[in-house]
Structure formats: C-alpha cells, structure tokens
Design a protein around this ligand. Structure first.
Ligand SMILES: Nc1ncnc2c1ncn2[C@@H]1O[C@H](COP(=O)(O)OP(=O)(O)OP(=O)(O)O)[C@@H](O)[C@H]1O
Length: 688
C-alpha cells in the first residue's frame, strides 16, 4: 500500500540530494539545469556556463531523470530509506557511500538511458571538446554511450540508413583528396559556363552562397532578390550544380541537411524510428543553427518536444552561411509552453573584461538586451597596443610569451593568413604552438607558386615547363606562338636563346630578349629576399598582379599581403633550397601541430568559439581587415548587418579571455600605411 507521507518526504529529500549534487551551480544555472520535460530555450552571455549547464544536465538526466520538484516516486519506500537519505544530507563528507544500494536504486529509478539523449553541437571540434570536458568532469558515467554529434553527422547517419533501404548509393563530395569533390565539380561547372577559371575567393563566395540558400530553405531567385553576388551566371551555375548532384546521388555538407529534412518529411517509417530513438535533444550554440537545421531538430523532437537549447545571440557569427539567430526569437511561437531562461553571470572573465565587452556589444541594434554581470575580480585593464610595424607587433608578442607559461594563452586573428607570420616567428624562436585550423591555403596559393617558379626558372633557364607558367606574368611580351616555336628546338638550350631564333624578330625585340636573359641570370644569384623584390618590381610581376587581381577575384591589397608573408619567410632564408625547405617545414609544422595541444594556441576567431584562455592576444587589428572592407562599405550604404556580425565576431574574440586581453594593431604593413580597427579605436577612446 502507498504511504503518501513517506512519498512526500522522499521527494523533498531527493530534491535536496539533487541540489547538493549541483551546488556548484548558481541559482539561474540550476533552474535551467533542472528543467524537466518540454521545450526550453536559454539565452545567455559568454562565459555564463551554457556548455557547463548542458553537460551537467546530461549528467542530471542520466543520473536522476527529470524528477526534480515532481511527485514521481517509486513504490516501495520505507522508513529505513528515509533515514538513509537524511544521513546522506547531514553528513556530506561521507558522500554517496552512505546511501544503501536499495535507496540509491530508489532515487535513481527514473534516470534516463544516456543513449536516449542526443546532444547536438555546432562543429566536430566542439563535439570533441564537449566530450573531453564531459569525461573530465563526470568520470563516473563518462564511459556510457553518450551521443555528442554535429547536426551534419547525425543527418548523414539518417541518410545512410535511408540509402540502404532504398538501395541508393550516395557519394559524399566533401573530401578534396578525392578527384570527385565539390570544389572540382564547381570549378568545372564555372569554367564550362563562364569560360574562365574560377578564383579561390570567388569559389568561396559561390560555396557560401549555395550554403546560405540551402540553410535558409529559400530558392535561388529569392536569394538573388535580396543579395548581390559578384559571380556571372550564378543562377545557372547553382542549378547545374544541384542538378548534377541530384542525378548522380552526390552529397555535399549542405545537402546532408536538405536531404535529411526531405527524408524526414516524406518517410514516415524513418521519421518515427528516429523520433523514438531519443527522449531528449539538447542543442549547444543555438545561435548558429540554420533554418534547415532547426526544422530537422523540431521534427525529431516532436511530439515529446523535450528540446533544450542554449544560445547567445551576441555570439552568432555564421550569418554568411545561413545561421539564423532570429529563429530563436520565434521559440515561443513554435512552442507556446516553451520555457525561457536567462543566464547573465559571466564566470570566465575578469570584471573589467566583462564590462568593456558588455558596453561594446550593446552598440549592436539587433539583439536581446541582457544584464550581463560578473562577480569576478578586476585584474588588469585591457591592453590596447598600437605599434608601428608588423615586426614591432611580433616583438611585442615575443616579449609577452617568452619566459611565461603560455600553455593557456591564445593568439587570435580574423584571417588565417595572419598565422603565417606567427608560425614563422615561433619557428625561428623555437616556440611550440598548436593551430586550431590546419588548412592554411597560403602554402598552395598560386601567387606563392608563381614566385617559386620564377626562382626555379632562374636557376635553369632551359626549363620550358616552368617558363610556360610565368612567361606572361612579367615584363617583355612573349607570344604563345613563340613559346610553341621554342619548344620545337633543342630543349637543353636557354629558353630566350631559342626564342631569339624565331623568324623575323626585330633588333629592338631581340634586345629585350637578351635583357630578359640577363635579368634571370641576375635573379639566379640573389638571395630569396632580394629575388622576390626583383621579381615584383624589376620583372614587373607587381604590374601583372595589379592588372589581374580583380579578374582573379582578389583585391590587390590582399595579394600584397600574401607577398608580404612570403617575403618574411624569404628574408630569413639564405638560398633557394633553404627557402623551399623552409616553406615545406612550416607547412609541416602547421599540419602536425595537433601534437602540441599544451602549447600556445593559434586560431581564427571563428574557430575559437566556445574556448577560453587565461591570456588572449588579438592581432592584426586593421580597419578593412577586421571589420572587413565589405562590411564597412555595406555600412556606409546603410546596410548594417555585416558590420554587426563583425562586431559579434570581435566580441567572441575578446570574451575568450579570462584575465589578460591584448588588442594589437599597427600603422604600417610593409610600406602600406594602415589604420587600426575602428573597434579598437572605439575601445581606446572609451566610446564603449
Ligand atoms: N557556477 C559556476 N561557478 C564557477 N565557475 C563556473 C560556473 N559556471 C561556469 N563556470 C566556468 O565558467 C567558464 C565558462 O563556462 P562555459 O564554457 O560553460 O560558458 P559558455 O556560456 O558556454 O561560454 P561561451 O558561450 O562564451 O563559449 C568555465 O571555465 C566554467 O567552468
């Protein structure tokens, strides 16, 4: 027979035990954590413990089940159980051991099988970070089969199952090591349609735009109505790409979402199967969830709707790829019984970092207003460092890092290219580092390849294979006809001597060819640093870059920056072999830095999302780079969203710091005068 007095007492004591278990959390966090069933959205600020709460909730559900403040009780409670529970609460030092096995089983009766909780994270790196954090903090249950998954990998497993049933053989085209990959496919379609090769920058724009369309679940026409894309025949390229993939059962990352959504909407069997797999769905970084992703999550969660989302709209930094933070604001439209929570206390950063960041982000108009606070101490002011040159910036960093344990420090930058200068600096000074983003395009950039080709050709001017790649990129016009003619002559002769043999050349033109031969002879004797300058100015490679940068989809300045970093490396190299070896070695260091996780971290701001460090150095803070020139120009035309996203990105960077934050800018890059980031000036002038 049921004893309602015992049951009541049991509930009260069980709640006290749960509270004790989570006493390290604050009141706001605890109410979020102990939210039982039904939809819930937590809007919070950086360092407020979103990930902490999400992991604790996983532990709470796994250990106790959603029983807090409910009158759910097991059947056979006895007086003895109540005594055991009271003892446990009164003698905290004796801990769980004091609870008898039977009482433990009673308390834990409603615990949730961890396999039935799906925790969705934004990226593979954050799924991994979360798994590590969970294992570290909740050792006792870390061996359970816990589902930390990115939405993409979840969708892919669903698609695989669908493909198996329907006997479709999908091929994933994301791996650029395979010949059939999305990059090659898009490049080919672009070439077929526009009759020219696509540049790296245009390729990126094209892929981001396609991703945006699919993530926002809009048509290409809707997209073009509201966005200006500087790509000829965008719509035809988009449709051809989509059609080709569909006809050949190919999938890129964005298709994983749209195809999974399609499957869930049309295949009742799979929809039910996946719905019944999970009782709880938790979503981290909800601000970067796209419309397509949210639709999938909503479908999966229905009808239990045990959906738990943590988000910070101020940290939404993937708008260009279709992140849709505004969707969060519709939460109550989607779920009229949805609970909204706020977490506004920052545990991470010192008091002054919190207050400066807070004022800084309030300049954005499109946001939830929050009362961000901290109980942390004031430690030191934010350091705004304005130096003269990049070399001075590196000197500053070296002074900061040398003689200090930097294992918990991070250097952050807007563009991955900034890493090159740092890697070069650290390699020279034997400072180990860990790179978050291993893909550094610099080493395989065509401009770097051009310079190497000039130098290699100078060593052997008979090498027609190399010359064919550069003859039209320098001074002294040489025609394709002349090249073809030279190819028919003795291949061990100097290319210029062979062209001199071309019938009907004027004396004037012959003189140019002889001069060129002399130029390359001079080049062959130069150090790599001198050689790059000679190629750039004397051989007029600079002119080629200026005339063609736009055609390749680059600004001339961005190409100059690549050249600048290449010179940095060249200036430290004695000869060509040394230079080539150094380039290879630096690339190798980048690719293998994952073994140095306990060293200083180098990261783009995007990839540092969710992380925290004792000391953060944000570098290369130049107006036009951070914020980007595109966002500034759009702002000047009255379009604010891009600049707001840049501000959020800057904010994400600053809020990674616990105690020390340095913001570094300079007056010059090479010979070019630059201005510090407008964000930095705002902070310096106390305008925030
Ligand atoms: N109640 C608390 N007491 C003490 N420290 C806490 C508490 N909650 C969180 N922390 C600590 O604060 C830091 C930030 O927590 P967490 O990474 O979970 O925040 P977040 O909201 O996910 O951050 P962000 O959105 O900026 O990535 C961590 O070091 C965490 O251990």
């Amino acid at each position: 027979m049921k004893n309602s007095k015992l049951e009541k007492e049991f509930c009260i004591l069980r709640d006290r035990i749960i509270e004790k278990e989570f006493k390290h959390l604050n009141q706001q966090q605890k109410s979020v954590l102990l939210h039982g069933n039904g939809p819930a959205l937590t809007i919070s600020c950086p360092g407020s413990g979103k990930t902490t709460v999400l992991l604790n909730r996983l532990y709470y559900l796994t250990k106790f089940g959603p029983v807090y403040k409910t009158n759910i009780t097991p059947d056979n409670i006895t007086e003895q159980d109540i005594i055991v529970m009271k003892k446990y609460i009164d003698y905290p030092s004796e801990n769980t051991k004091i609870l008898s096995i039977k009482t433990i089983n009673l308390i834990l009766k409603y615990k949730v099988n961890p396999a039935r909780i799906l925790s969705i994270t934004f990226s593979r790196a954050s799924a991994k970070d979360m798994k590590e954090r969970f294992s570290k903090n909740f050792e006792e249950i870390s061996s359970f089969p816990i589902n930390f998954s990115t939405i993409h990998s979840f969708c892919f497993s669903l698609i695989r199952e669908y493909a198996y049933i329907k006997r479709i053989k999908y091929t994933l085209i994301e791996d650029d090591k395979h010949h059939l990959n999305k990059y090659n496919l898009i490049k080919k379609i672009y070439l077929d349609i526009n009759k020219e090769y696509i540049t790296e920058e245009k390729l990126e724009t094209l892929l981001n735009s396609i991703g945006y369309i699919k993530n926002m679940l809009i048509s290409v026409d809707e997209f073009l109505k509201n966005n200006k894309v500087d790509i000829d025949n965008f719509k035809i390229i988009y449709n051809t790409y989509e059609e080709y993939k569909r006809d050949n059962s190919l999938l890129d990352f964005d298709d994983m979402l749209t195809v999974a959504l399609e499957i869930l909407m049309k295949d009742e069997y799979l929809l039910e199967k996946y719905r019944s797999k999970f009782d709880y769905i938790q979503v981290d970084e909800g601000q970067d969830t796209s419309k397509a992703q949210m639709e999938i999550i909503k479908l999966l969660a229905y009808p239990k709707n045990n959906l738990f989302i943590v988000a910070d709209d101020d940290q939404s930094i993937y708008g260009f790829r279709g992140a849709y933070p505004k969707g969060l604001f519709d939460f109550n439209k989607n779920y009229s019984n949805g609970k909204l929570f706020l977490m506004e206390q920052n545990y991470r950063s010192s008091r002054n970092i919190v207050s400066v960041c807070n004022r800084f982000i309030k300049k954005n108009a499109l946001r939830y207003n929050k009362n961000i606070s901290t109980e942390n101490k004031y430690i030191e002011p934010i350091n705004i460092i304005k130096v003269d040159t990049i070399a001075d910036q590196y000197k500053y960093l070296l002074e900061e890092i040398k003689n200090r344990d930097s294992s918990n420090s991070c250097i952050l930058f807007r563009n991955n290219l900034s890493a090159i200068g740092i890697i070069e600096l650290f390699e020279r000074n034997k400072i180990p580092f860990y790179m978050r983003d291993v893909k550094v395009r610099f080493f395989n950039h065509w401009l770097v390849q051009d310079i190497i080709n000039f130098m290699i050709f100078a060593q052997d001017t008979s090498n027609m294979n190399i010359y064919e790649n550069i003859y039209y990129k320098k001074k002294g016009y040489i025609s394709k006809k002349q090249i073809n003619y030279a190819k028919t002559l003795n291949y061990s002769l100097c290319v210029f001597d062979r062209i001199l043999d071309f019938p009907g050349l004027s004396e004037f033109y012959k003189r140019i060819l002889r001069e060129l031969k002399l130029d390359f002879k001079k080049l062959s004797k130069m150090s790599p640093g001198e050689a790059i300058n000679y190629i750039e100015y004397d051989l007029e490679y600079e002119k080629y870059l200026k005339e063609n940068s736009m055609r390749f989809g680059y600004t001339y300045d961005s190409l100059k920056t690549i050249l600048y970093y290449l010179k940095l490396i060249a200036n430290r190299s004695e000869n060509l072999n040394d230079f080539l070896g150094r380039l290879k070695y630096l690339q190798h260091l980048c690719l293998n830095s994952k073994n140095n996780k306990s060293s200083i971290t180098l990261s783009t701001v995007h990839s540092a999302k969710g992380l925290e460090f004792d000391r953060v150095y944000m570098i290369d803070l130049i107006d036009g780079d951070f914020p980007t020139i595109g966002s500034i120009e759009a702002f000047e035309k009255g379009k604010f969203d891009l600049l707001e996203e840049e501000r959020r990105l800057f904010y994400v960077g600053m809020t990674r710091a616990k105690y020390h934050l340095s913001l570094v800018s300079m007056n010059k890059v090479g010979n070019k005068i630059v201005s510090p980031s407008r964000f930095l000036l705002e902070l310096e002038e106390g305008r925030v």
